[in-house]
Design a protein around this ligand. Structure first.
Ligand code: PFF
Length: 443
């Protein structure tokens, strides 16, 4: 494989563009909607520590591996794995890893779009003043009314899928890159504003204690699995999303530094969301373990009770929707790139087919909460960690050292050795042990 090989889909215009796009993929509903509610369901601080550990020890090395594999293969994950398997002279079974990712992305996007649809509905609610001066009980009713209306949910789910596919269709620079440029700074500013509000609730310290004071008696095997699964989910790892973005990465960019930066930004956003939400939960006597509705039942209280809150509410939910779109495009990109590469179909048509299929599956989540729970468990807790485990082994043990070394071009031997040790042994062993633990092997 020559160094000049480029993806047929185009390339990012700069390192900054890649960072924006990859951070756009990582930062999404996972940080602002999912992280707070699963932290609430799993008892707080101890869960947060396990999640942070997983990000550092498993997430970052695997992110480096995924981007590196994408850049070397320069195609969609399915074809990249074929190319890299051949290059390493390895067993053809490795091809299925690409498939696992495409299927996981498709499954995740189906429910992701429904939840992003809720955020869209909340833009309108904020705009029409529905939160204004309301207490916890009325805000809760607003949310249950939405839950009880499949018609509304389908409307917003459709709108979200439509928006996502119109960004995917024009391709790497036309669509993906432009969409993420203004998003991150805006979201960050609004989160800071919410944190400032949280400080005025009188339960700020209680919220912080819940998030950061570990109580390991709250931890079960399943919460460890959830924390690890979430590390994959939030960093968009284990399914080829970051790999496909890596395939559009120009040659001269440092993969390791970029990965660390993306992981830090992603973690910061999640922690800020937690710091904003839990003080409100405690100040208004809400349940930390309220589940997927948590942010929709807490943040509107803040918007409803601060000056100019309707405007901040509109801005916040608009930005949340954009953050969701910039993640959604990366969930479907591996599938779209695969259709384009293998069936000689243009991007536009490929986006329409994939979008329609995902939309249809999303109806399952609209009509049944347990459908959502099952897909979420299957993808975040099983498919992503399994995909990540295989990616780690592939990058660490199957690819030839001279290839990974050339692709990563790290400053010194030690950095390379640390990465190689982490992906070859530590990350796979950690994922494997957590799986065994959940299966009850340790009693
Ligand atoms: N990382 C995204 C989030 O936190 O919302 C979700 C996601 C995107 C997961 C892309 C997986 C993925 F491949």
């Amino acid at each position: 494989m020559t160094d000049t090989k480029k993806s047929i889909h185009g390339e990012w215009s700069s390192r900054f563009a890649f960072i924006l796009a990859a951070t756009g993929s990582a930062v999404g509903l996972g940080n602002i909607w999912k992280f707070p509610y699963i932290t609430g369901e799993n008892g707080g601080g101890a869960f947060v520590i396990i999640y942070l550990l997983c990000v550092a020890v498993i997430g970052i090395p695997i992110m480096i591996a995924e981007i590196m594999m994408g850049r070397r293969g320069r195609q969609c994950p399915i074809n990249t794995l074929e190319t890299l398997t051949e290059e390493a002279g390895a067993n053809k079974n490795w091809h299925s890893l690409g498939w696992l990712g495409v299927i996981a992305g498709f499954l995740i996007l189906s429910y992701y779009s429904v939840i992003a649809g809720w955020a869209m509905a909340y833009v309108v609610k904020a705009f029409t003043g529905s939160f204004s001066g309301e207490g916890a009980a009325q805000i809760k009713t607003l949310f249950s009314d939405l839950q009880a209306s499949p018609g509304q949910q389908i409307f917003w789910h459709t709108t979200f899928m439509f928006a996502t596919m119109s960004v995917v269709a024009p391709g790497v620079q036309g669509g993906l890159e432009k969409a993420v440029r203004f998003l991150m700074p805006g979201l960050f500013v609004l989160l800071m504003l919410l944190v400032a509000y949280a400080m005025t609730t009188g339960a700020y310290m209680q919220g912080l204690a819940f998030l950061f004071k570990p109580d390991f008696s709250e931890i079960t095997g399943d919460s460890v699995l959830t924390a690890m699964g979430h590390a994959f989910f939030t960093l968009s790892l284990g399914m080829g999303a970051i790999m496909v973005y890596g395939s559009y990465l120009p040659k001269d960019i440092s993969i390791a530094k970029t990965s660390i930066l993306i992981a830090c930004a992603d973690t910061l956003v999640a922690l800020l969301a937690g710091i904003a939400i839990f003080p409100i939960v405690f100040a208004y006597g809400l349940e930390a373990s309220a589940g997927p509705g948590l942010i929709f039942q807490t943040l509107p209280i803040a918007f409803g009770n601060m000056t100019g809150g309707w405007l901040f509410g509109v801005l916040f939910f608009v930005l949340l929707v954009f953050a969701a779109i910039s993640s959604a495009i990366s969930l479907i990109e591996p599938a779209v790139a695969w259709v384009v590469e293998n069936y000689n179909v243009d991007r536009k048509k490929a986006s329409i087919y994939m979008g329609l299929a995902t939309w249809f599956l999303g109806l399952g989540t609209v009509f049944s909460e347990s459908f959502f729970e099952k897909i979420d468990y299957l993808t975040a807790n099983l498919m992503l960690p399994l995909g990540g485990l295989c990616i780690a082994l592939f990058a660490g043990r199957v690819m030839l050292q001279k290839h990974t070394q050339a692709e990563l071009a790290l400053d010194n031997e030690t950095e390379y050795a640390v990465w190689k040790f982490l992906v070859s042994y530590i990350a796979p062993a950690a994922v494997f042990l957590v799986f065994l633990h959940v299966l009850g092997v340790f009693g």
